[in-house]
Design a protein around this ligand. Structure first.
Ligand SMILES: O=C(O)CCC(=O)C(=O)O
Length: 281
């Protein structure tokens, strides 16, 4: 597998936003180093530490659901995790990435501008866990499409994956095929990788993520995660998927009235961009 060289860092002397836009366009992803500060990462991890260990697959913890039964190799997946507590609410409009989200998939400069989070979850993987390859531009669903036209981005889904543990070699890192968000042909090894890991697919790279770093990527990018080989510890991530204001949650989760009621207007407008219109009672 190729390793990433020439990675962008905050010490690179260039306008960061322009460089990230460029990388997002040509590669389909970039990394924001230290996007979430150490204290916030700790708070997120301590919420996850408090999740009962005996939630059955499909079972609920408040308005958070364990949803990994269809693919056990994914490890523990806690869906609708924005309902897990205030540290997760703070990620909704996090300043490290929210402007990129607005620009890439917020229907900027249109009559329906605004964002919506259509899926958010935490994933905890131990030894042997991995995620098979999926997405890629070839015959991609409109829901995850990449588009840049007439000087504006019009992407349908952009993901922010925050590392809550260091994710280096052997940790089961996220794997991507740079540029595959624009692919017009199927990857020649795709059929052989419908199941299993994508580690040996030609063109794959693993962006190194340290705790607190965020990987921003268009969902059209072919991606997955390597098998975690380390025997001890856990790989922890949290993923928020952003899309246009008119989207719907992918799996039918509803943000609770309690959560919507306590959010700042800015955060509420991302979880409920279109307020239900009903006749007066
Ligand atoms: O687990 C990962 O590293 C990637 C997760 C992801 O992007 C997905 O679930 O689609």
């Amino acid at each position: 597998m190729a390793t990433q060289v020439g990675a962008l860092s905050s010490s690179t002397s260039v306008d960061l936003a322009s460089m990230r836009d460029y990388l997002f366009d040509v590669q389909g992803f970039f990394v924001i180093e230290n996007a979430v500060d150490a204290g916030h990462v700790e708070e997120l991890n301590s919420v996850l530490d408090s999740v009962p260990g005996d939630i059955a697959p499909g079972g609920w913890w408040g308005n958070v659901q364990r949803a990994d039964s269809s693919e056990p190799s994914k490890g523990l997946e806690l869906q609708n995790v924005v309902e897990a507590g205030e540290p997760f609410e703070r990620l909704i409009d996090h300043p490290a990435w929210i402007d990129y989200m607005r620009r890439y998939c917020g229907e900027d400069d249109s009559y329906v501008n605004g964002l919506f989070i259509d899926e958010c979850f935490a994933a905890i993987r131990r030894q042997g866990g991995y995620l098979r390859v999926h997405s890629g531009g070839y015959r991609k669903a409109l829901r995850g499409a990449y588009r840049f036209e007439h000087g504006v981005f019009r992407c349908a889904q952009v993901n922010v994956l925050v590392a809550l543990s260091d994710i280096e070699s052997g940790d089961g890192g996220t794997l991507v095929i740079p540029g595959s968000h624009k692919a017009n042909l199927p990857h020649p090894q795709a059929d052989a990788h419908r199941t299993g890991t994508m580690d040996d697919m030609v063109g794959v790279v693993q962006p190194v993520l340290h705790r607190g770093d965020a990987l921003v990527f268009c969902d059209a990018l072919a991606h997955g995660a390597a098998m975690r080989s380390k025997t001890d510890g856990e790989r922890r991530t949290v993923i928020y998927r952003y899309g246009p204001s008119w989207g719907a949650t992918r799996s039918g989760y509803r943000y609770s009235d309690e959560l919507l009621g306590r959010l700042t207007p800015a955060r509420r407008s991302i979880l409920q961009p279109i307020v239900p219109r009903v006749p007066p009672t």
